[in-house]
Design a protein. Sequence first.
Length: 147
Amino acid sequence: MSIKETLGTQLKEAMRSKDAVKRTVIRTLMSAIKNAEIDLQSELDDDGIITVFNKQAQQRKDSIEAYQKAERQDLVDNEKAELDFISQFLPEQMSEQEIQKLVEIVINEVNATNPSDMGKVMGKLMPQIKGKADGKLVNSIVSSKLK
């Protein structure tokens, strides 16, 4: 069953059980998928949908951070619930130790020695971890290793 079909099934279940949060997040995800398909002028496969979900998850993370600064716990809770739902479709995230090992390997492969080599490292690293790690975390690890 494709991700789209799974979302359709879960939307029906959410509507039957009157789960407003789940219903809303599914509709938002379906809309984001449709918008991406319109932009690309082709139908997305599951990998393309995962990319859309990663963007949606990042938006939720950014919102949670902003709402925490504003001390809006009600909105934080809502965003966390949506993020939890989206996360079930995303690949398992790499641990910080796994990222550090991979960063060290890539730094050695491209012979990076200083911060100006960051572009070479990130260019080789990001395709390997796309969707499996937060870009901000990867960026900070690479920055710390190239000092």
